[in-house]
Design a protein around this ligand. Structure first.
Ligand SMILES: Nc1nc2c(c(=O)[nH]1)N[C@H]1C(S)=C(S)[C@@H](COP(=O)(O)O)O[C@H]1N2
Ligand SMILES: [Mo]
Length: 231
């Protein structure tokens, strides 16, 4: 037990150090830095209007993907973090669940104009697995690679935000396969296509590299409170 606690403390400390390195950049992101964000309704906990411009609240949860649902059994599932890191990481399901776990409630904004509010999630903060891999000093971006071949990119200052999670549970149940189970990424402060379903590999880069939709006309930055949908 003591050894377990020590390990957990080390992980939490590494995570905090990594977040500190990028704090200046995090503060300059639209989600934190915009004085007059677009949108309507009361403010969310990030100080942004609850409903970004052009969005409508939905009660259901539509499924949007490339139409190739990969079936990855837990026994074969693996998540790796590699690229511009000091210590490439490959986690089995068991190792992933042994990391510090987080519960959070956040909103989900799809670029096709629906928003799903107050989704209860459970998983691991992306910053935790990035901290394990120790991004090199000039690391700047990550690209997510999924089991269906999908890719999407975000800068580290977005990736390290508290509410960016690798989720395995949604609304109290294991994440349904059509929504990206066993594990997907969520990016509550960016449009939902930045959250890769069926995450397999996280590649850390020292420069930006656009992903699937970013190469097909969607915005690279994808900020809902700037109505930042297309490039
Ligand atoms: N692996 C993978 N992740 C993906 C996609 C995809 O096609 N493949 N589609 C993205 C898009 S465009 C959206 S809007 C959201 C939709 O998530 P949902 O199906 O759970 O609503 O997943 C994103 N993540
Ligand atoms: Mo989408």
């Amino acid at each position: 037990m003591a050894a377990e606690n020590e390990r957990e403390e080390r992980i939490v400390e590494a995570r905090m150090k990594l977040r500190e390195r990028y704090l200046g950049k995090v503060r300059a992101t639209p989600g934190v830095g915009d004085a007059k964000p677009l949108g309507s309704g009361p403010k969310n906990r990030h100080g942004m209007p609850r409903l970004p411009p052009g969005q409508t609240i939905t009660k259901g949860w539509p499924v949007l993907d490339l139409g190739r649902t990969p079936n990855v059994p837990i026994s074969k599932w693996q998540l790796s973090v590699e690229g511009a890191v000091e210590e490439p990481v490959a986690l089995s399901w068991k190792e992933f669940l042994a990391l510090p776990q987080t519960k959070d409630v956040s909103d989900f904004h799809c670029v096709t104009t629906w928003s799903k509010l107050d989704v209860p999630w459970e998983g691991v903060q992306l910053s935790t697995v990035l901290a394990l891999a120790r991004p090199v000093q000039d690391a700047s971006h990550v690209v997510f690679h999924s089991y269906d071949g999908y890719t999407t990119n975000i800068p580290l200052e977005e990736a390290l935000k508290d509410d960016v999670l690798l989720v395995h549970t949604a609304e109290g149940k294991p994440l349904p396969v059509e929504h990206g189970g066993p594990v997907r990424v969520i990016t509550p402060q960016l449009y939902a296509w930045k959250g890769a379903k069926w995450i397999q590999r996280i590649e850390v880069l020292t420069r930006d590299r656009p992903g699937y939709w970013e190469l097909r006309g969607y915005s690279n930055t994808a900020h809902p409170w700037r109505d930042d949908r297309y490039s």
